[in-house]
Design a protein around this ligand. Sequence first.
Ligand SMILES: [Zn+2]
Length: 247
Amino acid sequence: MGGSRRFKNKSCVYCVNGISATGDHVFPREIFEVEDRDNIPKVPACERCNNEKSNLEHYLLSVLPFGGVHSNAEKNLSIDAARRLKKNNKLQTSLRQGMSHVHHPREGKEQERRLGVPIDGNKLHKFSEFVCKGLLWHHWKCLVPSEYTVKAFTPSPAGLEFVGSLFNMNTKCRINANLGNGTVRYKGSMSEADECLSVWALQFLGGITITDESQSFVFDHSLVAVLVGPKRVVGEKWARLCLTPPI
Ligand SMILES: [Zn+2]
């Protein structure tokens, strides 16, 4: 592939200490339609991080399409996910057991019937943390310093309000992207004074409905929020704002 040297022998954007062996697509190519695969952000990654991330992607590509509302979700569901699930009986069984139709109250509208999917939130969050490190480098060439923490969470309504307020920070470093016609959307704001201090919202496949068996809730905020900053700033704040249990 042309230009791949660009991503070799650099600091790995995910762990910073590792040296990159290759360029990693921040979002897995397979989530997109073939014609939308050309402009996916790519970043230098070491082999270890690359492997760890691709394991998470493998899992998420198998389950996310079941909960997405984007038209790609259906296609993925019928083709890619079905193929993967065939190879993974254990996952298939747990999905079948955990999946349920949820009735979705919507203001002024009839209830919408949606499929709730028991997604392993930790894996979705861990993946989202990788993604934000990748995006910080892709957009602003920032490497997250080791004393910084990157925390992804599924926001509660109060958390969502808080995250929304963070996007109002006064900065020119803003990005609002839509890849593959809504297959992936993300929004990020980074402080100008404090490089890497940033807030992110990620949405996959047009928003996902997630059910949590243990708490029997239906999550429909459709996004994952990520805070990046010095440990003392991000600290415990995020923990009080998330709906799903801390990682
Ligand atoms: Zn690495």
